[in-house]
Ligand binder design. Structure first.
Ligand SMILES: [Zn+2]
Length: 410
């Protein structure tokens, strides 16, 4: 952290922000950096967006030393931004991915299919390179559709598949009932509630492992703990993560919901220091023996702070609906929207496609869904069952299955 802070002073932005602070740290005082960190200002996305691209005042190095260029997906609707890496920064990103591979014992002899769109999106670029470094036969499924990817799994004897959770479910359903060698499905890029984890396990009959990070901090900084499935472990040597209250910006206690604020330790060419991610997590002390880090996020990332909406007096997050929906195997796809009804009441409209092969009686499904949703969410969504093929499917990239009408306040 000390090295990062000193290096960051070469950027006009950080120099103006904390050039006056005494960054010199006396070794006699243990861990004063953390105390110093908490006094630094919080960096928001809109600040970074003010001067985007190669003119970004966050850059600490000459453009000649930059080798990789990525672009955030903008999936939160907040617009996208450019990030740059030096060769050294990129190596650190690949190393972080290697940690995940080691944890799940992926190495020579394994054969991996990476279902990513690549392009400027950082997504699985780091994973792809880490797989090759580890001696894994690696194939990209970027230009293939779901049928062709399923055929490739069979033809090459693929045993590790990487995809977003929603796409892994689409591919898993395609492959269900077919004999395959896949032993591990590695997911990343979206919140993955526990019902989705269960649905993935059922579709693939394989182990499921989640990873999470963010383009701005250099892809992954969290890995699902093999000792406590469902929880994400913070990789302490990749990033310092604080969890702050969405409004007061004070640290939350263990067990409380807060926003991840990340300081990426390894990205030095374009540092993100105390970056407000908007990701909602519940930090707890780990109850495992994996020695990965001092903190886990219970249930992984629960959603985005800017998606939180009050409906009928209770706080709602899209992952809560996903948790309800994914417990119904008869649901093939869904999407939701928070809007105002004719009485100006905030409501959650849910569209659902049923799997035609299961011959579900619509009225029976609606009745059970209604009761389950009321019990788990605290209010009744407005359910519409739409014909098969109405809702767009993931082709491997991130999918927004939730939106909020502009007239609804957060
Ligand atoms: Zn652990």
């Amino acid at each position: 952290l000390r090295d990062l802070l000193v290096a960051s002073l070469r950027s006009p932005f950080y120099n103006a922000q904390f050039g006056e602070l005494d960054l010199h740290v006396d070794d006699a005082h243990p861990a004063p950096e953390f105390e110093l960190l908490s006094r630094l200002p919080i960096l928001t996305r809109s600040e970074v967006q003010r001067a985007d691209g190669l003119h970004s005042p966050l850059l600490c190095v000459a453009p000649e030393t930059l080798v990789r260029v990525h672009h955030t997906s903008g999936s939160s609707g907040a617009g996208s931004l450019w990030v740059f890496d030096t060769a050294e920064d990129w190596e650190a990103i690949v190393n972080a991915w290697t940690r995940a591979l080691d944890l799940y014992e992926i190495g020579p002899g394994d054969r991996a299919l990476v279902c990513a769109s690549y392009g400027r999106f950082i997504g699985f670029w780091g994973l792809h390179e880490a797989l090759i470094n580890r001696g894994v036969m690696t194939v990209s499924g970027a230009d293939l559709d779901t049928v062709a990817r399923a055929a490739l799994i069979d033809r090459l004897g693929i045993n590790v598949v990487a995809a977003t959770p929603s796409y892994a479910l689409v591919l898993g359903r395609q492959i269900r009932g077919v004999e395959h060698r896949v032993r591990l499905v590695l997911t990343s890029g979206e919140a993955r509630p526990s019902a989705t984890r269960k649905a993935l396990e059922q579709a693939w009959s394989a182990s499921i492992a989640d990873t999470a990070g963010m383009t701005e901090v250099g892809t992954i900084s969290m890995v699902e703990c093999p000792d406590s499935p469902g929880d994400l472990h913070v990789l302490d040597d990749v990033a310092i993560e604080e969890v702050l209250h969405p409004e007061t910006r004070e640290p939350v206690a263990d067990g409380e919901l807060g926003v991840r604020v990340v300081t990426a330790l390894t990205r030095r060419g374009m540092p993100f220091i105390r970056y407000w991610t908007n990701d909602l997590v519940t930090p707890v002390a780990p109850a495992c023996n994996c020695q990965l880090g001092a903190r886990v996020y219970r249930g992984g990332i629960q959603g985005r702070a800017d998606d939180m909406t009050k409906i009928r007096g209770v706080w709602f997050l899209p992952s809560m609906l996903e948790e309800v929906i994914r417990s119904f195997p008869e649901v093939a796809e869904f999407r939701s929207r928070v809007e105002l009804d004719e009485r100006d009441m905030t409501v959650l409209a849910v569209e659902v496609e049923l799997d035609p092969s299961l011959n579900t009686v619509e009225r029976d499904f609606a009745m059970v869904f209604d009761a389950d949703a009321k019990r788990q969410l605290g209010f009744r969504p407005q359910l519409t069952i739409v014909p098969p093929g109405t809702i767009p499917r993931s082709e491997g990239g991130k999918v927004r299955r939730f939106e909020r009408a502009p007239e609804v306040a957060a």
